[in-house]
Design a protein around this ligand. Structure first.
Ligand SMILES: Cc1ncc(COP(=O)(O)O)c(C=O)c1O
Length: 384
């Protein structure tokens, strides 16, 4: 079985991306959603070939990415999206903004289910719409969509919902029934659902990830999915995402986007994504999922041993942990104290919404050594 192991800290510090340049070298960076693993071999080879050939021009209008993603979706999720109903753009954020501009009028309200990936607030504003917050429901053992709250939002005039599936920061894989019910609600009110599925390739086996567009007839009518290889394969800087639809009307909306939206796709991003979604990368992705599974459990053990005041639920997907540190009395934004006094950079909980008070988001897409050191550094603050 292939093992995917994170790089050692000294090598990671050679990187020049945001994760490794935001803070000085005495800080362990577990904030932004980049991972510390080497590239998947097929991705590395594809990029290496492009560099060797000077293949750095514009993306070709005729390219095999849609077919590559469709085959990936079939193998990994049992979903058969139609490659003729896909268009690429630079990144998931841009896809979301372009779609929101199409499906909302200026000033209309868009539901976001909080706590949520902070840029969602900005993306809605960038599209000229307004955010309507409907918090996720805490079930005591996990989180779920508040369908009654979403119904009330649609009754109140919201015209779209920006879904995060799986959800960042809680790592929740929404279950099929909830997605189907959401789609039927949206259909009843003529609202659009934009489903951000950037973390989907990282849904752990057995968690039952359902692509929104595969959640029934209503979902196919109301839905737009935005997908990318960028989180699982750490390709965020290369700029490539895909907008997917499943019905003639929604497809016409995406086809109506200016061709410039597609021209913004990065050539390296496209070549890397084709390789990432290819069958050749499946074994690597399975290995990565095993490593992340070990890390999500290791984090639980570390917190239990060193920081028993922390509340953490093992996420269904991804490499982000949502941790409630309220019991430690480190204020609304404990990441500030942790950065200053423990030299560990975590993402600020309150940035995700009011529910994030007292919380931090920690990126465990790293080595057991770095994860252990980070928790030990934080634990050393207790009682200090
Ligand atoms: C849910 C979610 N959507 C979008 C993004 C950003 O994606 P992109 O860089 O493709 O815009 C992230 C990044 O972490 C994310 O977690």
């Amino acid at each position: 079985m292939l093992q995917v192991k994170a790089l050692p800290l000294a090598e990671l510090r050679e990187r020049t991306s945001e994760k490794w340049r935001e803070y000085p070298a005495d800080v362990l960076p577990l904030f932004v959603a980049e991972t510390d693993f080497p590239l998947a071999p097929a991705v590395k080879n594809a990029l290496q070939r492009a560099v060797d050939a000077g293949d750095t021009g514009y993306v070709a209008a005729r390219n095999p990415l849609a077919e590559s993603f469709a085959a990936f979706a079939q193998r990994r999720y049992g979903w058969s999206p139609d490659p003729t109903r896909m268009r690429t753009t630079a990144d998931v954020s841009m896809g979301i903004v372009e779609l929101l501009r199409c499906v909302t009028q200026p000033g209309e309200r868009v539901v976001v289910t909080t706590p949520v990936y902070p840029p969602f607030y900005d993306l809605v504003a960038e599209a000229g719409a307004e955010v309507l917050r409907v918090p996720l429901r805490d079930t005591g053992t996990g989180w779920e969509l508040d369908l009654d709250g979403i119904r009330a939002a649609f009754e109140d005039g919201a015209t779209a919902i920006l879904l995060c599936n799986p959800h960042n920061p809680t790592g929740t894989v929404h279950d099929r029934d909830a997605l189907t019910a959401l789609a039927e609600l949206a259909d009843e009110f003529g609202a659009a659902v934009i489903s951000d599925e950037i973390h989907a390739p990282l849904a752990q086996p057995g968690t039952g990830f359902t692509p929104f567009l595969d959640a029934g007839d209503a979902a196919r009518r109301v839905g737009y999915a935005v997908v990318s290889a960028s989180k699982a394969f750490n390709l965020a800087g290369l700029k490539c995402a895909i907008m997917v639809t499943a019905d003639d009307e929604t497809t016409a909306v995406v086809r109506g986007l200016p061709v410039e939206v597609e021209w913004r796709t990065g050539q390296f991003g496209l070549l890397a994504a084709i390789a990432a979604f290819s069958e050749e990368s499946d074994e690597w992705l399975d290995g990565l999922l095993r490593t992340l599974d070990e890390n999500r459990v290791l984090l639980e053990d570390l917190l239990a041993a060193h920081l028993p005041g922390a509340r953490y639920r093992i996420p269904d997907a991804g490499y982000l942990a949502w941790i409630d540190l309220s019991a430690l009395d480190w204020g609304d934004n404990p990441a500030r104290k942790i950065l200053k006094d423990a030299k560990v950079a975590l993402h600020f909980g309150p940035a995700f919404g009011a529910e994030g008070r007292g919380h931090v988001r920690l990126n465990f897409g790293t080595s057991p050594e770095i994860l252990t050191e980070a928790i030990e550094r934080i634990a050393a603050l207790v009682g200090r």
